[in-house]
Ligand binder design. Structure first.
Ligand code: ADP
Ligand code: ZN
Length: 748
């Protein structure tokens, strides 16, 4: 064997390391540690892999190997000798790989922030508009027809209003490097290098969280959890508290308790509620908070990571990936709004932060608190089976009262407004008038952006579809373009029907843009703002609009789900749900649950202050049980009904789902691959397979999509199904992309 100098007597120096590479390969690879280099499990290294330089993470060290030593290549470098991944996170990554069928390397990659891969301050390429803005504007229009990607890139940078990171430009426009490079070549854009900013993270705290006297329900919840904290044991609690019941105050008190025992905490919130408002509430109570949100540069994220790893910060607040914050001596993980779909990552590794929070809690003996006003059927199911301990906050804390909810049956509207696709019912209009006169604020919610979601030919009944995807294109009137929300492709609005040449297309359905127009027409004196992915393209726009609304510079705020969550505005006395039906007919077993959740959350925005609030829910389906239960504010009734349906159909919480999606330019390829993959699943006990069949959206970006849904009725049958399917590596064939999705977030 190699030279053992420096090793303790009787103990061989570690000479070989196992490395997990960020590739979809299940196995790990053996490398040699050159003399003078040391590494521990958790260290990130660079290695040569078939001529490619790749990053990987050391998972084990050994003094011997079964391989012929001459064949073992040396490690190129150790990147973060003193900043390795703690053992608990290594264990978490292993659990993640096992649960979600990804490789250990892929799981590890998700747990490490980008910066730990690199050190020092970087200069990042940005793009900015060169020359006068109106010239650029003109170029956007000229490029629109022949060079659509370039036009989109130029417009995006223009709208951003300053140097925009190339990475963000590519992501937002879903383009490659070539469009921006061409624009640079033609002198329309300039590429500039800007040093990464190390901004101060914790925002100027304007949100001083008062330390409220707890009400008896809150006190009970805190006491129960505190007992487990004192015992230093792991346990998962489900905190079911109606909106405004003071869940945050409960988290804060539990966190105080955890800190009193010298331990640390992680608070996960949906990205969308990671507002200065939320952060401020934690930052004002704990001096040592690290905030991790998606707007951070790599360097800043790395700095926060180091603070946590070195124990200088004791509380991490952040979205999904903050689950991997390397806090020392973890005592608590809070998952606020546990029902939020953004806790599920929709790229590899497709983990669910809630489920992995519980696994991390088990590994580190930490308490996990899941909180929601509308817990998922999965979570409430587990609470009822005593897997989780249920804690309830049945009343609003402090001043707020539950709002009055009015269901407006849109079928009762006059015929002509129904034909025009009622935007605002008479009831809602009258109430808005009243509230605006009283100088209160109004929130209008519609979960659909654009002007109208469908452009329909009244002659033949065909909708304008995307050329590359099997979905209809959304009409964006302000921009004057039809846009595919799946692939970002745009086109001009046809004068006549592309199918039958009938003149005059019909705008079917209502989006936020059309709603904004209608409100402005009806209330010309009101100040109206819209908050959706289209209006929030400019940097800082989100914070600006919220601040303006808070300062009451806006009378009516219109928005998509961006405004549904977590916002607390005391002067909002009227909330209008323009259409409760947008999600009701989505072919997904969670359609009713998501509708109920959304209605409930939106309704929770009304009457947060001293004044009473009213919520108007407009719907064509007032008898639907989800709408009805939301209107009565009756979570239990909804759950009871929904459980009956889930049980009948064998959906969660009565099964665990596994989705396999195959995408290929050749439809037959995708189909054939799944037909092979399904064979070993046939006959497995407690397993049912739906499909293989074409996916609901059968084609995206010119790729045909087939899928199958595997229902596993027992934990053991889930294991068996995972084993039978194998990994993406086993399934992959040339020209066909495979997605293996456990607990899938979308079934489309
Ligand atoms: P939730 O997260 O459950 O929707 P919040 O934590 O946002 O509710 O609390 C709603 C409001 O009630 C906040 O303004 C908060 O400051 C206030 N609040 C919380 N607990 C109390 C209490 N015990 N007494 C008075 N006000 C409270
Ligand atoms: Zn498309």
């Amino acid at each position: 064997m190699s030279d053992l100098a420096g090793a303790a007597p009787g103990e061989a120096a570690p000479t070989y390391v196992q490395v997990a590479l960020n590739l979809p390969l299940r196995r790990e690879f053996t490398y040699r540690l050159p003399a003078g280099m040391s590494a521990r499990p958790g260290n990130r290294v660079r290695v040569d892999f078939h001529g490619r330089a790749l990053g990987g993470v050391v998972t084990a060290v050994a003094s011997t190997t079964d391989l012929p030593p001459a064949k073992v290549k040396p490690i190129a470098s150790v990147l973060d000798a003193e900043l390795g991944l703690p053992p608990a996170l290594l264990a978490l990554a292993r659990a993640m790989a096992a649960t979600y069928g990804c490789s250990l390397g892929e799981a590890l990659d998700a747990t490490l922030p980008a910066v730990a891969k690199r050190r020092g301050q970087r200069r990042i390429p940005h793009l900015e508009v060169r020359g006068p803005r109106d010239l650029a504007q003109q170029a956007v229009a000229e490029l629109e027809d022949k060079h659509q990607a370039q036009s989109r890139v130029l417009r995006t940078v223009l709208e951003y209003g300053g140097p925009m990171p190339v990475f963000d430009v590519r992501r937002r426009t879903s383009t490659s490097d070539s469009p921006w490079q061409t624009l640079v070549k033609h002198g329309l854009l300039r590429r500039v290098l800007i040093a990464e900013q190390l901004e101060e993270l914790v925002p100027a705290v304007e949100e001083r969280a008062e330390r409220h006297e707890l009400n008896p329900h809150q006190q009970h919840a805190v006491d129960v959890v505190a007992r487990t904290v004192a015992a230093g044991a792991h346990r998962t609690f489900l905190l079911h508290g109606v909106t405004g019941s003071g869940k945050t105050e409960v988290y804060l008190r539990i966190l105080e308790e955890v800190r009193r025992h010298g331990r640390s905490g992680i608070v996960l919130v949906p990205e969308i509620s990671l507002t200065p408002q939320t952060v401020g509430r934690f930052a004002s109570r704990f001096p040592d908070v690290a905030v991790l949100h998606s707007g951070l540069t790599d360097a800043e994220r790395g700095r926060q990571w180091q603070r946590l790893l070195q124990g200088r910060a004791k509380v991490a607040v952040g979205a999904r990936s903050a689950l991997f914050a390397p806090v020392q001596d973890l005592g608590l993980i809070v998952v606020d709004e546990e029902h939020e779909s953004s806790f599920k990552q929709d790229s590899t590794p497709r983990y669910h932060a809630r489920e992995m929070a519980i696994v991390r809690g088990q590994i580190e003996n930490a308490v996990v608190v899941l909180g929601s006003a509308t817990p998922t059927l999965e979570s409430i199911g587990k609470a009822r089976r005593n897997v989780y301990e249920l804690l309830t906050l049945p009343e609003r804390a402090g001043a707020g009262r539950q709002p009055k909810i009015v269901v407006q049956d849109l079928r009762a509207e006059p015929k002509e407004s129904r034909r025009a696709g009622v935007v605002l019912s008479r009831t809602l209009l009258v109430m808005m008038q009243e509230r605006l006169q009283a100088k209160d604020q109004v929130l209008l919610f519609l979960n659909r952006r654009g002007y109208s979601p469908v452009l329909l030919c009244p002659g033949c009944g065909e909708a304008v579809k995307c050329g590359s995807c099997s979905v209809s294109m959304t009409w964006h009137a302000r921009r004057g373009r039809l846009i595919c929300h799946w692939c970002c492709h745009e086109k001009r609005r046809p004068e006549t029907c592309p199918t039958c040449q009938h003149a005059g297309m019909h705008e079917l359905g209502v989006g936020t843009e059309r709603l904004e127009q209608a409100v402005k027409e009806r209330f010309p004196d009101a100040i109206v703002a819209r908050m959706d992915a289209d209006t929030m393209a400019e940097r800082g726009a989100h914070e600006r609009v919220l601040a303006a609304f808070r300062k009451r510079h806006i009378d009516v705020l219109i928005g998509t789900q961006m405004i549904a969550k977590g916002l607390d505005f005391p002067d909002v006395t009227l909330v209008g749900v323009v259409s409760a039906d947008t999600g009701l007919f989505v072919p997904d077993y969670r359609a009713a649950e998501r509708t109920f959740q959304l209605l409930h959350q939106v309704a929770g925005r009304a009457g947060r202050g001293e004044k009473a609030g009213t919520v108007v829910i407009q719907t064509f389906c007032p008898d639907n049980y989800a709408v009805e239960a939301a209107a009565r504010n009756d979570y239990d009734a909804f759950v009871q009904q929904e459980l009956v349906f889930r049980k009948l159909a064998g959906y969660p919480p009565f099964s665990r789902l596994l989705r396999v999606l195959a995408e290929s330019r050749q439809e037959a390829e995708a189909q054939r691959l799944l037909q092979q993959a399904v064979t070993p699943l046939r006959g497995l006990p407690d397993v049912t397979v739906l499909g293989p069949a074409p996916a609901v959206v059968a084609r995206v970006k010119d790729h045909w999509r087939w899928h199958m849904l595997v229902k596993c009725f027992q934990p053991a049958s889930f294991q068996a199904a995972m084993a039978a399917i194998g990994t993406v590596e086993d399934l992959a064939t040339r020209g066909c992309q495979i997605t293996l999705d456990v607990d899938p977030g979308s079934l489309l």
